[in-house]
Design a protein around this ligand. Structure first.
Ligand code: FES
Length: 248
């Protein structure tokens, strides 16, 4: 009869736990605890030890809001970097592997008058926070990204493939093609502009827009700044108009 198992399974070798377990499986009197026998009563000596520990007052409650030393260190860091004292009691550490996913819905329901949110971390978290705070007034949520956010289909569609960039003060203009970034072209031509991350996350290359409508692809400018269109980050941003005039 043909074996129902794939041949490769026959080449697997048992792990160390199975090896140890196999040594004792048939021994009379041996309690097989290694596979987590759920219907086995906890041995008496363990129960006795647990009762003694409780009687001796050795009950341990885990720090639900993070260990005090860590919360104190975070408060001290805040004091050092921002110059504001926060009571460590107001600091909460939320390790996802211990406490599960943050309940953003209740956390970010409605902002108080003095609420400010600063958030950095993986893209999935940042997008979820942005989505949750989408109805908030601008200026409350501050997101820090270490990689550019991918444009949506709509954002990608509104950028022209090719357009002209005019550097007003330098008196020169350039044709930007779909495979070039504005910053790259300007740097090559010796236009005085600085770049650092080249991913739209640091803000170094910010340039003033005198005319035209940029398509913002950066993760630095606030939504209101993007809507105003007065500045842009030419390392990643594109143009919606055939001509973009920059104060360079
Ligand atoms: S070089 Fe960092 S945002 Fe443009």
């Amino acid at each position: 009869m043909k074996s129902p198992f794939r041949p490769i399974l026959g080449q697997l070798y048992p792990n160390r736990i199975v090896e140890v377990a196999s040594l004792g499986l048939d021994r009379p009197g041996l309690i097989p605890l290694w596979f987590g026998e759920s219907d086995l009563v906890t041995p008496k000596f363990i129960r006795d030890a647990a009762v003694k520990a409780l009687d001796d007052g050795k009950t341990f409650y885990t720090w639900a809001r993070g260990i005090p030393e860590l919360r104190e260190a975070l408060a001290a860091f805040h004091q050092r970097t921002v110059g504001i004292t926060i009571d460590p009691e107001r600091v909460t550490v939320w390790p996802q592997d211990e406490r599960g996913i943050l309940d953003l819905e209740s956390l970010f329901k409605d902002p108080e008058d003095n609420t400010l949110v600063y958030c950095c971390g993986p893209e999935a978290l940042l997008s979820a926070v942005e989505q949750q705070c989408a109805h908030w007034p601008t200026g409350i949520l501050h997101i820090e990204r270490f990689a550019a956010k991918a444009p949506t289909v709509e954002e990608a569609a509104e950028a022209l493939e090719q357009f002209e960039v005019v550097c007003q003060r330098s008196g020169v203009s350039f044709e930007i093609t779909s495979d070039q970034s504005i910053l790259e072209v300007l740097e090559e031509a010796g236009i005085p502009i600085l770049g650092s991350c080249y991913e739209g996350v640091c803000g170094t290359c910010e340039a003033k827009v005198l005319d035209g409508i940029p398509v913002h692809r950066d993760s630095v400018l606030a939504d209101a700044e993007k809507a105003a269109g007065e500045v842009m980050l030419p390392c990643v941003s594109r143009s919606r108009t055939e001509r973009l005039v920059l104060d360079l």
